[in-house]
Design a protein. Structure first.
Length: 362
């Protein structure tokens, strides 16, 4: 009878376990090295033969009953734990996925890439120069001496001006007003002949529908022996046809003046405004897209190029203007507002990364 009570106490210990850990504790306290049942089994050795004959089968049965009970209990507990985890970690696969925010390529970056790729087909390579420029490179070397009226026309941002707002006497630095200083920097370093384009940011104190204080230009320069104005015209017409994807293009070469080219021409493209957006090739409006001309001998000499041997052409185009024309954007100022709605509307999917994805998954 006493045994029965003991047995029930052991079984309760097993059945009362609340977790797998709990059950393991119970098992150790019963069947472990120093467990109660282990001790009982050990005590058989001290008994006389008669007593052992009675107790031994009892103890063994008890041990087997407990082992069986532990196994069953472990199974139920494990099952319960798995069910609890499945409840807790349940995933609603029917739910809508979270929106992915993929970035887009800004029209200026996209158009710069398009222009660079067209000119590299024509044999031009890419050069660069600093945005903070000395007034030697921005003006003097380009045949614009300190008192030349053209300095005023540029609406220059001066850095460290002296008391009179002029920079001649102290640290003569400016935010470059055009990409033309790259002409001189490049020829000085690499000499002639050469054929380069130089895209980048330029700065002028100006602000309206088609002007922003920071904008983008791309400079072109081709120097060699026997280069003429007709080479310039051919390159520009070919470029415009490729860029606007048109078989023929209406360009207007207007005689103009730049101190660093002689003769000089400004080039306009035929366009019109239809429903608040710009259309290229049709209409009665003209939009100026670039300045150009034959590089002035003084510029070649400033860059240590022999002007009796070499000559060539240069041009400077407004990248943002070309973007407005090609993609029908009415207001240049919105290019740099960082308005996410504008960027989403006019931005381009990143072709490069999708190609990469194809490569990775293919
Ligand atoms: N630098 C001129 C401008 O910004 C453009 C230009 C470049 C003109 C090269 C002639 C030759 O207006």
């Amino acid at each position: 009878m006493e045994n029965e009570v003991e047995n029930i106490k052991f079984l309760d210990l097993v059945r009362g376990a609340l977790s797998v850990d709990d059950l393991e504790q119970a098992r150790i306290s019963l069947l472990g090295k120093k467990g109660e049942i282990t001790n009982l089994m050990r005590s058989l050795g001290q008994m006389d033969v008669k007593e052992r004959k009675v107790k031994s089968p009892q103890y063994n049965r008890l041990k087997q009953t407990l082992e069986q009970a532990i196994k069953e209990k472990r199974d139920t507990l494990l099952k319960k734990e798995i069910e609890a985890r499945m409840d807790a970690e349940w995933l609603d696969i029917s739910q809508d996925p979270r929106e992915m925010n993929t970035g887009l390529v800004h029209p200026v970056s996209r158009v710069t890439e398009e222009i660079v790729s067209i000119f590299s087909d024509l044999g031009f390579s890419v050069a660069e120069g600093p945005q903070i420029e000395s007034d030697w490179y921005n003006f003097d070397s380009l045949n614009i001496p300190p008192d030349h009226p053209a300095r005023q026309e540029f609406d220059t941002f001066y850095i460290n001006p002296d008391d009179n707002g002029r920079s001649e006497n102290v640290s003569p630095n400016v935010l470059r007003t055009h990409t033309s200083p790259v002409q001189v920097r490049f020829m000085e370093k690499h000499g002639a002949p050469c054929r380069i384009i130089a895209p980048g940011r330029v700065y002028r104190s100006d602000y309206d529908l088609t002007h922003t204080p920071m904008f983008h230009q791309i400079e072109g320069l081709a120097i060699g022996e026997g280069i003429s104005m007709s080479n310039l015209k051919w390159v520009l017409v070919e470029f415009c046809k490729a860029f606007f994807e048109l078989d023929s293009i209406d360009l207007r070469f207007r005689a103009s003046h730049f101190p660093f080219t002689e003769p000089s021409a400004e080039v306009d493209i035929r366009c019109s405004w239809v429903a608040n957006s710009l259309v290229v090739g049709k209409g009665d409006d003209w939009m100026e897209i670039l300045g150009s001309g034959m590089v002035h001998p003084n510029v070649l000499e400033a860059a240590n190029v022999d002007s009796t041997k070499f000559q060539g052409f240069a041009f400077g185009m407004g990248i943002d203007r070309l973007a407005m024309l090609k993609y029908g954007m009415p207001d240049l100022r919105s290019f740099f507002d960082n308005d996410i709605r504008w960027l989403k509307h006019y931005g381009f999917a990143a072709e490069k990364s999708s190609n990469l994805y194809d490569k990775l998954s293919g």
